[in-house]
Design a protein around this ligand. Structure first.
Ligand code: UGA
Length: 435
């Protein structure tokens, strides 16, 4: 099928690559010329496992093309995906101007029937707005349908999630559009949910709000574990066996970050407010998430009797492993707070250091965990990269000034750390001291 994807962020680029991989003729458009130039030369704007190879293969085999002028590309697409950014405004409402501008462009430049699909996370009723914009700007006698097909991919596993999603949601009010979408998704063997447009839009926001709440829930339990002497890992394991609960997304830590949960939960509170509903549950989810980062800073300060003049080694900067994304990364908040209290930071991250340099200052970026640990008063783990789980702890101990690890992601076994001779502080578990 002939497909146009407008916007080449995480969602657009993964969608374009996977749809080309499935055999479609895909054009991906973005107004950022530099990005398009890079993509045409095989340079990816983001780090995402498997993406580069898939893009290069499909470009080589002529199924995928990148252009910076979407107006010319509109005729190509029988299906047009709107995957442009929906950033937060200052008051956390969703900025829809990019979606609206693209809708206008599509309307003005199409001369045959199109299925116009919005994939970005948007407030409920955005489909109606898009429909109206297109109706108001379209030439006479040209048909179209609007579909909501929200994306559920996670950064770090974007390709895998797009190829094998848990479900495909198609929100539409036309059988013709539903048939076209089903045909396009035919090679992907995942359950398809057909619904109205508003419900599809809400499925996305509700899913992210639920997942964020699940994380804040376990973080609140972690706090009770710390106060009572219980172990949050065991509590999560015991809860997780209940099929109604499940073990995933019950990892206590330093709070959720990234460009989705923080902004989507705030946007959803606003959406509810605009309908006159005070979304207390989601407000509490956000508050607990903010507290979680503050609690970690307090833990570090308490463990070292203040951090003024102390050197801290930080392992992990990205908001989660397998991505270089620093947007709303808890590490940024924690580092800035500790610097404000006089700490010097030596940091290492396998891929996020370049992006971190744009938002952090006075940080000594190191070539590996060992260089970062040299002479530090404590080692902080802020992202659970696999390579940190395999680290040579004996070497780390010999490099640190104090054998102190404060782990915001619970990546080590507390007894193993005790046996290795560390004072080890983690989240929702007992503090242990060297044997
Ligand atoms: C999230 C959703 O998981 C996707 O389904 C959704 O499509 C995406 O947002 C989006 O709306 O675009 P993502 O932000 O890439 O995906 O990352 P997640 O893997 O969900 O992690 C989000 C944050 O939660 C990370 O900071 C992570 O460290 C934290 N987290 C996750 C925890 O603290 N504990 C957990 O148990 C799980």
């Amino acid at each position: 099928m002939k497909i146009l994807v407008i916007g080449t962020g995480y969602v657009g680029l993964s969608t374009a690559a996977v749809l080309a991989e499935l055999g479609n003729e895909v054009i991906a458009a973005d107004i950022d010329r530099k990005k398009i130039e890079g993509l045409n030369n095989g340079i990816m704007p983001i780090f995402e496992p498997g993406l580069k190879e898939m893009v290069q293969r499909n470009v080589r085999e002529n199924r995928l093309k990148f252009v910076s002028d979407n107006k010319k590309a509109i005729e190509h697409g029988d299906i047009i995906f709107i995957c442009v950014g929906t950033p937060p405004k200052d008051n956390w409402e969703t900025e829809l101007k990019y979606v609206e501008n693209v809708a206008k462009d599509i309307a003005k430049n199409m001369s045959s029937y199109k299925v116009i699909v919005h994939k970005s996370t948007v407030p409920v009723e955005t489909g109606d707005k898009v429909k109206k914009i297109i109706k108001d700007n379209i030439k006479e006698n040209v048909g179209f349908d609007v579909v909501s097909n929200p994306e559920f991919l996670r950064e770090g596993t974007a390709i895998e999630d797009t190829l094998h999603p848990d479900r495909i949601v198609i929100g539409a009010d036309s059988d013709k559009a539903i048939d076209i979408m089903k045909k396009m998704y035919y090679p992907i063997k995942s359950p398809i949910i057909i619904t109205d447009i508003k419900s599809a839009e809400l499925i996305k926001h509700a899913s992210n709000a639920f997942l964020a709440t699940k994380i804040s829930f376990i973080n609140s339990i972690a706090k009770i574990c710390e106060l009572s002497g219980a172990d949050v890992e065991k509590v999560a394991e015991g809860m997780g066996y209940d099929k109604r609960i499940g073990r995933t997304f019950l990892n206590a830590g330093i709070g959720y970050g990234g460009f989705c949960f923080p902004k989507d939960s705030q946007a959803f509170i606003k959406i509810a407010e605009n309908y006159g509903y005070d979304y207390k549950l989601l407000k509490a989810t956000n508050e607990i998430n903010e507290e979680q980062k503050k609690n970690f800073v307090e833990k570090v300060k308490k463990a070292l009797n203040g951090v003024d003049g102390k050197t801290l080694a930080v392992l992990g900067l990205s908001f989660k492993p397998d991505t270089d994304d620093m947007r709303f990364a808890p590490s940024a908040y924690i580092i800035v707070e500790l610097q404000g209290k006089g700490a010097k930071i030596r940091a290492y991250d396998p891929v996020a250091m370049e992006k971190a340099k744009n938002i952090l200052s006075n940080v000594c970026f190191c070539k590996d965990p060992y260089e970062a640990s040299k002479g530090a008063d404590a080692l902080l783990i802020l992202t659970e990269w696999n390579e940190f789980k395999e680290i040579d702890l004996k070497k780390i101990k010999s490099l640190l000034k104090n054998p102190l690890i404060i782990d915001g992601r619970n990546i080590y076994d507390i007894n193993a750390m005790k046996n290795e001779g560390f004072r080890y502080i983690s989240i929702g578990r007992k503090e242990v001291f060297p044997k």
